[in-house]
Design a protein around this ligand. Structure first.
Ligand code: GCU
Length: 423
């Protein structure tokens, strides 16, 4: 298992080096006693002060909150983006001893952008819940099978993962397989659909236009520059495009689409799930700052640090809140609440202090109010569960031992939630 520091030095070396910053500065606060006293912005008060007491009120509040997160954090998703066409790349191939079928297709946007999509589903063909998630190193890194298309796109150079001069090599095959336990997913009678996040937006400001960004040209005229989206918005949009593609594929249940993401892609999964109510379940794994963790705690990564290290992820306005978390009109419990009354699962890891596991739990706990309002069984109790325990029903939280990663154990948790809540 990679520790967060090992991950930071291997995966992020290029980016951090380029920015002249380290992902985990020594001056970050890891002392609970130094967490500032704070009051969370209200979840169930409309901007005009009225208290939300019913479903209609929640619909109005939901619209306000979506607007606030677009304005202050992720930027506005341009209206009028084209929907992708699903182009099959191969015919389904039996894998895992015939228990599963693997299929590759391409999402194509008017020949102006495209994304390679990889799907594994049970061979029996009955529609099953499908986990939809982006990956960091290309579909070929998910499974060593040489029939999987090797990505030709820009990628962060990483010799250990077979990425040389920003391109994947044959050595890259299967290098991230441990993060995609396809056998377990199939065994639990679910499917998984994944694609390389760099197909949508390369994770580097200097090459970001190699993805789908040009599709938004001419569509952002009415959006103030300070509110223009960053790559998290683009990744989230791509996740919804994948969700739309599910409807065209056999053996996948479009009503049980689950958006999942780890770390920065966990932030993207939350933003996708907040905006797109057709996702029946939303999974955040170690998403941390600007993901599931409360910004006001300023524990581990802060708004100041994240906007200096990764400005291209967000709209420019977010940087103006650096060091002023207490004054922000939003906090992350409100983002989590945008999933209500659907299913939400937040997973943290004990050693992943940079992502503030306690802040992730407290955001989940505060978000639970929305499920109560909508008369759904949410998180239930109020105590942070012990390590390796999980709590809740339609709102679920678990804390794993170890560091920053998405492991087979995390997947087992998410699969159990899907089984219990989406049948
Ligand atoms: C960095 C960053 C985090 C992010 C993480 C990741 O550590 O500071 O905000 O979640 O990278 O994506 O792994």
């Amino acid at each position: 298992m990679l520790t967060r520091r090992a991950f930071a030095t291997s995966t992020l070396a290029g980016l951090i080096g380029a920015a002249g910053l380290r992902a985990q500065p020594d001056d970050a606060n890891y002392d609970e006693a130094k967490v500032p006293a704070y009051t969370l912005p209200p979840l169930l008060h409309l901007a005009d002060g009225r208290v939300v007491t019913d479903r209609a009120g929640w619909v109005a509040r939901r619209a306000e909150l979506l607007d606030l997160f677009a304005r202050h954090m992720y930027g506005r998703t341009p209206a009028g983006l084209p929907d992708g066409a699903v182009v099959p790349v191969d015919t389904p191939v039996p894998v895992l001893g015939g228990r599963a079928l693997r299929q590759q297709c391409r999402l194509d946007w008017q020949g102006r952008a495209s994304m390679d999509v990889l799907v594994y589903r049970p061979a029996h063909g009955r529609p099953v819940p499908v986990f939809i998630g982006l990956n960091y190193f290309g579909n070929h890194a998910v499974d060593p099978d040489p029939a999987i298309r090797l990505s030709t796109r820009w990628m962060r150079t990483n010799d250990a993962n077979g990425v040389v001069n920003h391109r994947a090599t044959e050595r890259a095959r299967g290098t991230m397989a441990r993060r995609w336990p396809v056998d377990l997913i199939i065994e639990q009678d679910c499917a998984v659909m994944t694609a390389y996040y760099g197909d949508l937006a390369p994770d580097d400001p200097s090459v970001v236009r190699q993805g789908m960004a040009p599709l938004a040209d001419g569509l952002e005229g009415d959006i103030p520059t300070a509110e223009r989206w960053g790559t998290i918005g683009m990744w989230a949009w791509g996740l919804s495009q994948m969700r739309r593609a599910v409807a065209t594929m056999p053996g996948l249940d479009a009503r049980r689409a689950i958006v999942i993401g780890h770390s920065r892609l966990g932030k993207a999964a939350l933003w996708a799930g907040a905006q797109d109510e057709a996702f029946a379940m939303v999974v955040s794994n170690d998403s941390g700052c600007a993901g599931a963790a409360l910004s006001r705690r300023a524990y581990g990564e802060t708004i100041g640090r994240i906007t200096r290290s990764f400005p291209h992820w967000f709209c420019p306005t977010l940087a103006s809140w650096a060091g002023r978390e207490a004054a922000m009109p939003i906090d992350q419990h409100q983002l989590l609440a945008l999933v209500a009354p659907r299913v939400l699962h937040v997973g943290s890891a004990v050693e992943d202090r940079w992502a503030d596991p306690k802040g992730e739990f407290l955001a989940t706990l505060a978000a639970d109010e929305a499920w109560r309002l909508l008369r759904q069984r949410g998180l239930g109790g109020t105590a942070m569960p012990a390590v390796e325990q999980s709590v809740g029903d339609r709102v679920r939280y678990h804390l794993r031992t170890g560091g920053h990663d998405i492991t087979r154990d995390d997947w087992a948790q998410y699969l159990a939630t899907a089984k219990a809540q989406l049948s």
